[in-house]
Ligand binder design. Structure first.
Ligand code: GSH
Length: 233
């Protein structure tokens, strides 16, 4: 049995981390049995969520998890796609992970109201007297990493223009398809779905959600993916 380490379902999302949801979807798509466990960052092989324990083999990083499943189970996440389509959806996947993800982090962690509604809950595990020290320290670390990555240097106006362009590109591709895989989901859907679902999460306000909400095709896509992979009992 594979164990998937991440956080847990929160905020109406399968996991606060889009990368954990991606790993879970890859396991579901490949038809592999798994159990979810709350991870201890100190034990994370690369210091980040997610990682899996595949019968003693620890595999960190959602994309490395995909490569591991492909290699060990022979599963083809691009089944039915032409080489060109596989290339395009891979680029869309990385647009979500290496660009839009940082807008999501900025929305949740930099904005005070959003922080109180969301990430503040992560600190409930640490003793109350330490929180006044730890919370500002960790938020400062997040702001620094956003600055180093670059997204943190954009004004709200600039950030809005960039995410609008990215969501527009995703919506344009989806316009004639049910999924990024076409009629059926492919590996890239495992990554793109949590990025858009996270943007549309009603708990958080700001331009990131507003720009995603302007595109009904994105909402319809999230609803289709939720119905397929997280059907309501
Ligand atoms: N490239 C990694 C990114 C994973 C990632 O950034 N995880 C975040 C949660 S969304 C994390 O664990 N952050 C903690 C940290 O950076 O200390 C993947 O695809 O799994």
């Amino acid at each position: 049995m594979i164990i998937l380490y991440g956080a847990r379902p929160m905020w109406g999302l399968p996991d606060p981390s889009p990368f954990v949801t991606k790993a879970e979807l890859l396991l579901k798509m490949a038809g592999l049995g798994y159990e979810r466990k709350f991870g201890d960052f100190k034990k994370a092989p690369k210091g980040k969520f997610p990682w899996i324990d595949d019968n003693g083999v620890l595999v960190p990083d959602s994309t490395l998890i995909r490569l591991h499943i492909e290699k060990t189970r022979g599963f083809d996440f691009d089944k039915g796609l032409s080489k060109e389509e596989a290339g395009i959806v891979w680029a869309f996947e990385k647009l979500c992970e290496d660009h839009l993800y940082f807008a999501l982090v900025a929305q949740r962690w930099v904005d005070d109201t959003n922080f109180e509604r969301g990430p503040r809950a992560f600190f409930s595990m640490i003793p109350a007297p330490l929180r006044p020290i730890m919370v500002p320290l960790i938020r400062r670390g997040v702001r620094k990493s956003l600055h180093a990555q670059g997204f943190g240097r954009y004004s709200a106006e600039e950030g809005r223009a960039l995410v609008a362009r990215a969501f527009g590109a995703l919506a344009a591709y989806l316009d004639t398809r049910d999924f990024f895989g076409g009629k059926e989901p492919c590996g890239a859907d495992a990554s793109i779905f949590p990025a858009i679902q996270g943007a549309l999460c009603p708990l958080f306000d700001g331009y990131f959600r507003e720009e995603a909400e302007k595109l009904p095709v994105l909402k319809a896509y999230v609803a289709r993916m939720e119905a397929r992979f997280y059907p309501k009992a």
